[in-house]
Design a protein around this ligand. Structure first.
Ligand code: PBG
Length: 329
């Protein structure tokens, strides 16, 4: 019998050999930690559907950012829950809005922390949609061009408060250009734009809407977020955002959309982020709580899968756990 020449197992014999040939590494510097800052609470209020995640006061958000920075996390992504909502989302672009105050507090507490503002109107709109909405009976139309000005104002006010990056997640057409122009006009040439370029209308966002109190009162987001069935459209969406001056692009959700992530990275070779969304996090936490999955092993495997599929940056609610586990080795 001929000797077996190809033996891939040779390189798997010891941990050191496996380390030597490993193609993908996850590190804490790749992680972005989302934080929910609320104007309506006196102190930390856990989000039931997202164990380990809580709504925070401005002071608590600064403390959380400082603690995360100690663990190696270098970026946070801020969502705000305002005390009052209206039909113009005015809480989103007030200079003393909840996110603007949180940006300031975090920058004072940890100047090196990269602060990213989520630019969207849904948390600030009384109807919970991501843009200006027009109602006719139970039919909702979310107006595109009318919403751009409010999104741009939100981005400018976040930049004014000290945000390093603004991240539009609304999925209105033309918002990246509108935001870039408004930032430049206001003198914020160095504020980068991380666009949620391929954001799908996903049921995986369920727990987030509890956390951010942004459930649409009527209708859904399918007239602006993408159809989960469309991959080529995701490439066209991403191309548009790059043409409109996005500095970084994001694919969202993560796990069920790894094919999109891979294609976006291969095609555009841009700094690419993936969002490990609330539903993905909640599934994992629920199975772990039942003892059905090894939380640490599965979470690290998912993070590795994101990197392998092309992600440079990973937005995850598990960021602090991941950073701690990586340090433990
Ligand atoms: C705001 C926004 C959402 C998420 C991020 N920004 C909710 C939505 O679009 O309905 C979802 C994040 C998550 O599920 O973790 N538009």
């Amino acid at each position: 019998m001929k000797p077996l020449l190809r033996r891939p197992r040779r390189l798997r014999i010891t941990p050191a050999l496996r380390n030597l040939v490993r193609e993908t590494q996850v590190c804490a510097a790749d992680l972005i930690l989302p934080l929910f800052v609320s104007e309506n609470i006196a102190s930390r209020t856990p989000v039931e559907s997202m164990p380990g995640v809580a709504q925070l006061t401005v002071e608590e958000a600064a403390q959380e950012a400082a603690a995360a920075f100690e663990e190696g996390i270098q970026a946070v992504l801020l969502f705000g829950i305002p005390s009052e909502k209206d039909t113009q989302a005015s809480g989103a672009y007030r200079s003393d809005g909840i996110v603007q105050r949180a940006i300031g507090a975090i920058k004072r507490a940890v100047p090196e922390m990269i602060v990213i503002g989520d630019v969207c109107l849904c948390e600030y709109m009384s109807h919970g949609h991501c843009g200006i909405a027009h109602f006719e009976g139970d039919r909702v139309t979310v107006l595109n061009d009318e919403s751009l000005q409010l999104l741009a104002a939100t981005a400018v006010s976040q930049a004014g408060a000290g945000a390093d990056i603004v991240a539009p997640s609304d999925m209105m057409d033309g918002r990246v250009m509108a935001i870039r122009e408004a930032l430049d006009d206001a003198g914020f040439h160095n504020t980068a734009i991380l666009s949620y370029a391929a954001k799908f209308a996903s049921a995986f966002y369920g727990p987030f809407r509890d956390a951010a109190e942004s459930v649409p009162l009527a209708g859904d987001r399918r007239t602006y977020q993408m159809d989960p069935a469309n991959a080529l459209e995701a490439l066209r969406e991403t191309q548009l955002d790059i043409d409109e001056a996005a500095d970084l692009v994001m694919v969202k959700p993560g796990l069920a959309y790894l094919d999109i992530l891979w294609r976006v990275k291969e095609r555009f070779e841009m700094p690419t982020a993936v969002y490990h969304v609330s539903g993905e996090y909640a599934m994992l936490k629920a199975a772990a709580a039942k003892g059905w999955l090894d939380e640490r092993a599965v979470t690290l495997e998912i993070m590795t899968a994101f990197k392998r599929a092309g992600a440079d940056l990973i937005v995850t609610y598990a960021a602090r756990d991941v950073a701690r586990w990586l340090k433990q080795g």
